[in-house]
Design a protein around this ligand. Structure first.
Ligand code: ADP
Length: 547
């Protein structure tokens, strides 16, 4: 404390406060010269100079100029209530509640200004001043209490605004709040409570100088989003300072030779400085642009995710709702075909069969949609069990044989060896994959054959469907296993295709730690679709793989 109160150190402290406050005010004002908050900040800083510097003058001037010192002190005290009034207005602007607190604002402004003018125009608040050694002792007038009450009232109004705000989420408000709290606390304790209740006014400087903390936090809050601008300003100041130093050097140099060299150096530094500032500006502009774009992208991404979730929910709900009536139609049509409701004539049987088939297509489509929504929401569950795949393949062949025969295609199944190694699969789901591959092969083959192979290959069991159909172009190949992707040729061949089967198949095979792929030598050259999954136990070797 001794150190701080020593004249030298206090001079440095006041100088430092002035320099920092000047710099911050310059930054804040330059950031947006027309912004109300920025202008209020500037006014607040100017008032701070009056408060801090004029309150310090009596100490600096000493006993000799006591009268001037006293006038300076009065100016400082005059500035104080106005400072708090401006701080109040800044709070109103920062929390954005100008309309709501109009009456309170009028009262604060009225009492703030009244108190200021009362202080400067009479001796009612400040009666006089004398020195004890180097220490300035202030003589308070009878209205001192009302002066302090006015300041306390404005502080309470500021705190009320801050705490009455529903949320302090905005970062500017958060930083401002911290600054105000520290400043108000320091002022209440060191400038009001201690002098009045304990007659201790030696620590007034803590209250006064805490103003810097308020200014720093507020400036940070205001400038948070334009820190890039600060970089430009700092570079400009730095470059400008170097120019000034060099210019002073040139002007003060006596030696003409030296002067000449320094002038050349100055010109070079000026050019380099201009280039540096320009490049910093360019870089910062580019960065700001990137920031803006990244912000827009983040927003677009959030909205897309929301949209995607809404779409998935829509698909899930509609699919569930569609499934029940379709199953009812299936049941009734099949009962009609079986003659449960009376004999069905030949003329009616054909259209009824068509209804049945179309209904089956719809059911499988709805099932695909349900699977998609399960996959996307992570609700696709698997029940793994050990089994031989040939049984599944054979059941699919039986089911689809009539389709192949109708198109005049030969449908064959080759397996090697006769009993394939054991695999651990979700039977229902793997059957769905096999079904999709064989069904596609029949669908996209006009003549020739569809041949199925089941064999083991390097600890994996591989299933392939080879057809002599429309084949796959290299463009289509890249998209085959994507959602809703229908090959160009496939679209022409089968208009009812939706492009979900292979996407679901890939997800299912992946869940079995396997892989699925397609091969084709091009259009009309047939294709080969395969998937392979790990073998659990080989019949011959009896070796178990970890799966
Ligand atoms: P869908 O058959 O309902 O369109 P898929 O996901 O099963 O859906 O198939 C996606 C696309 O892959 C098909 O539209 C088709 O173009 C192509 N495709 C699938 N299997 C074959 C095949 N065996 N031969 C040629 N193209 C095929």
């Amino acid at each position: 404390m001794e150190l701080i109160s020593s004249l030298f150190l206090s001079k440095i402290t006041v100088l430092l406060i002035n320099a920092i406050a000047c710099f911050l005010a310059f930054l804040v004002y330059k950031d947006n010269p027309k912004g109300k908050i920025n202008i209020l900040y500037l006014i607040m800083t100017i008032l701070m100079f009056f408060w801090i510097d004029f309150a310090y003058l009596p100490r600096l001037l000493g006993k000799k100029y006591a009268l001037i010192g006293f006038i300076a002190l009065k100016i400082a005290w005059f500035a104080t209530p106005i400072f708090f009034t401006v701080l109040y207005l800044l709070t109103v602007y920062i929390i954005g509640k100008r309309q709501k607190y109009r009456i309170l604002s009028d009262v604060v402004v009225f009492f703030g200004i009244l108190s200021s003018f009362f202080t400067i125009s009479s001796n009612c608040v400040l009666k006089g001043m004398h020195f004890i050694g180097n220490i300035v002792v202030i003589e308070y007038g009878p209205c001192m209490l009302s002066f302090l009450l006015t300041i306390s009232f404005i502080i309470i109004a500021i705190l009320f605004l801050i705490f009455h705000k529903e949320s302090l989420s905005k970062e500017t408000v958060q930083h401002f709040t911290i600054g105000v709290l520290i400043f108000c606390f320091a002022n209440i304790v060191f400038n009001i409570i201690l002098p009045i209740l304990f007659h201790e006014s030696r620590f007034y400087f803590i209250g006064d100088y805490s103003i810097l903390i308020l200014l720093m936090f507020t400036a940070y809050g205001i400038l948070k989003y334009s820190l890039f601008n600060i970089k430009i300003v700092t570079t400009e100041i730095l470059v400008f300072s170097i120019w000034v130093v060099l210019l002073v050097e040139v002007l003060t140099s006596n030696n003409w030779k030296e002067k000449g060299l320094e002038i050349i150096l100055l010109i070079l530094i000026v050019i380099l400085g201009v280039l540096l500032v320009r490049s910093v500006k360019r870089e910062i502009c580019a960065r700001e642009k990137m920031e803006r774009i990244a912000k827009q992208l983040r927003k677009a991404n959030r909205e897309l995710k929301k949209l995607d979730a809404a779409k998935s929910e829509f698909i899930s709900i509609t699919s569930h709702q569609l499934r029940t009536p379709l199953t009812v139609i299936k049941g009734y049509v099949s009962m009609m075909l079986e003659g449960v409701f009376g004999k069905v004539g030949k003329e009616l049987k054909v259209p009824l069969k068509r209804v049945y088939e179309s209904n089956e297509r719809l059911i499988s489509l709805v099932e695909d949609f349900l699977n998609i929504s399960r996959i996307e929401s992570g609700r696709l569950r698997f029940e793994f069990e050990e089994c031989h795949l040939e049984d599944l393949v054979e059941s699919v062949v039986e089911e689809l044989r009539s389709n192949a025969t109708k198109k005049g295609l030969s449908l064959r199944f080759h397996k090697e060896p006769a009993i394939s190694p054991l695999v651990k699969v979700d039977k229902e789901k793997i059957r769905q994959v096999i079904m999709n591959l064989v069904d596609n092969a029949i669908k996209y083959t006009k003549k020739g054959s569809v041949t199925l192979f089941l064999y083991s290959h390097k600890n994996k069991l591989r299933f392939c469907v080879v057809d002599t159909g429309i084949g796959i172009s290299s463009d289509d190949k890249a998209l085959l296993f994507k959602k809703f992707s229908r090959g160009h040729r496939g679209r022409k061949t089968d208009a009812t295709s939706v492009g979900l089967g292979l996407y679901i198949a890939k997800k299912i095979v992946k869940a079995h730690k396997g892989k699925i792929w397609a091969e084709s030598r091009g259009g009309n050259k047939g294709s080969r679709f395969c998937f392979e999954i790990p073998i659990v136990r080989n019949k011959e070797s009896g070796i178990r793989n970890n799966f």
